[in-house]
Write a protein that binds this ligand. Structure first.
Ligand code: GUN
Ligand code: FE
Length: 433
């Protein structure tokens, strides 16, 4: 690969022809390492990085017990600054070149996150969390102040460094946001061409709560639609329990569902029907959702997306098989029940597809597919250098199909695998230094 002075890919291909092309230019021979596009994490919480793996509870009590107290500590700007340093180091170390990030409700903590992202060179979409009801007193905001602070941050940071840093208005989720706040978000995001990120349909108690809070809405998704929050720059985390009408609303709006399978398993939220959502044409990407997800590794997240897809598929096969054997239903009724329960889903998602979701899929979700997400001439040089030998018990085997090597990189990823992480051609992390 050849990278120009602006950090764009000038040429991409095998080493040999490049060596003769670049006789007078500095050239690094990385073989047998691989160069791959950097990972795009579409959903991660900076303040939760150090509150991971607090097991035992479902979403709402987990937030109350572990997460809100951790986020409250970010009122102290020093705490926030130090945590940001560790967080971005962690992302680069795992080969993530673009991350879409929630901070806390604190303006200074959000500013500190942007400053650190600016310093280390990562590509990031960041937003200050907004909560103006049903939050602990220490984290609950005034509606007008929340909108004003978010707008100020957006004005300062959205588009910084030729679009490397971007802003996402971040109403946490419908239960902690008033209609006025969410409507304000819709207006501001439109005004600045910024992103909107929130959570949607993750947990059954959450669904009941939203129904009680917004009885006039047709569904959870319809709440966000009514508030003007759905559009092509909207990222909806989870989206596990969506009815067909909600899926149509999301598809037609161009919004993205961010699949966070490790988080969904950890909080016992459910298994998203990934294959089905893909077949229906929904726009999808992957997120680690740290701290409900256990680590910043998108390799492991992509692998778990395959695992979850396989578990769902095999459980469905068993259920469908049992249903087929039941005498009490007639042929037509059995077929109807199978369809209604979506028990005859297609094949599970494989590692190549999951890797695609973790890279180009994420770039598409952000509308940045012409700039990042794959290695192609003219795109910005966001890439990772990985050592395939580090995840291979046989150490090195030449000539095997590359998808087998990629599969090992996802399922067996470990900290030494990523040797270096580059964004716009600038080396932001190197394992050896
Ligand atoms: N829903 C609202 N807030 C959160 C959060 O911090 N994590 C997850 N997983 N779901 C949420
Ligand atoms: Fe989340």
């Amino acid at each position: 690969m050849q990278v120009d002075a602006k950090g764009r890919i000038g040429w991409i291909g095998p080493y040999e022809p490049l060596a003769s092309r670049c006789a007078d230019e500095p050239l690094e021979d990385l073989r047998p390492l691989w160069i791959l596009p950097g990972m795009v994490d579409l959903h991660v919480h900076l303040p939760q990085h150090e509150a991971v793996a607090m097991d035992g509870l479902e979403l709402l009590p987990w937030l109350e017990t572990f997460i809100f107290p951790a986020e409250a500590r970010f009122a102290d700007a020093d705490v926030a600054r130090r945590a940001a340093v560790r967080f971005f180091r962690g992302l680069l170390y795992r080969g993530t070149t673009t991350a879409v990030i929630y901070t806390t409700v604190h303006e200074a903590a959000t500013d500190a996150a942007f400053r650190e992202a600016e310093r280390v060179g990562i590509r990031a979409v960041i937003g200050k969390v907004m909560m103006d009801r049903h939050a602990p007193t220490s984290l609950q905001e005034d509606t007008v102040a929340s909108l004003a602070q978010s707008e100020a941050l957006c004005q300062t940071w959205h588009g910084r460094d030729h679009g490397r840093l971007l802003y996402a208005f971040t109403p946490r989720f419908a239960p902690t946001c008033s209609a006025e706040l969410m409507r304000g978000v819709g207006v501001l995001a439109e005004k600045y061409g910024a992103y909107v990120q929130t959570h949607l349909s993750e947990n059954l108690q959450e669904l009941d709560w939203v129904k009680a809070l917004f009885p006039e809405a047709g569904s959870y998704t319809d709440v966000y639609r009514r508030m003007g929050m759905l559009g092509p720059r909207t990222l909806l985390a989870h989206g596990i329990h969506l009815d067909p009408h909600e899926r149509t609303l999301i598809r037609e709006s161009g919004a993205t569902i961010v699949h966070c399978p490790r988080s969904n398993a950890f909080l016992k939220s459910g298994i998203m029907p990934l294959r089905r959502w893909l077949e229906e044409g929904l726009c999808l990407g992957l997120g680690t959702d740290v701290g409900a997800g256990p680590s910043l590794s998108m390799w492991a997240e992509a692998a778990f997306a395959c695992t979850a897809s396989k578990l769902r598929w095999s459980e469905n096969q068993h259920l469908a098989d049992r249903l087929q054997r039941m005498e009490l239903l007639g042929e037509a009724q059995r077929a109807e029940v199978l369809r209604a329960l979506a028990l005859s889903a297609g094949v599970p998602v494989d590692p190549v597809h999951a890797f695609h979701l973790a890279t180009l899929g994420g770039a598409r979700a952000l509308g940045l597919e012409d700039r990042i997400g794959s290695l192609a001439t003219g795109k910005e040089a966001d890439f990772v250098v990985v050592d395939p030998r580090s995840v291979d018990p046989a150490e090195s085997r030449g000539g095997e199909p590359p998808e087998r090597t990629l599969s090992r990189m996802l399922y067996r990823e470990h900290p030494g695998m990523v040797r270096a992480t580059y964004i716009r051609g600038r080396r932001c992390f190197a394992a050896d230094s």
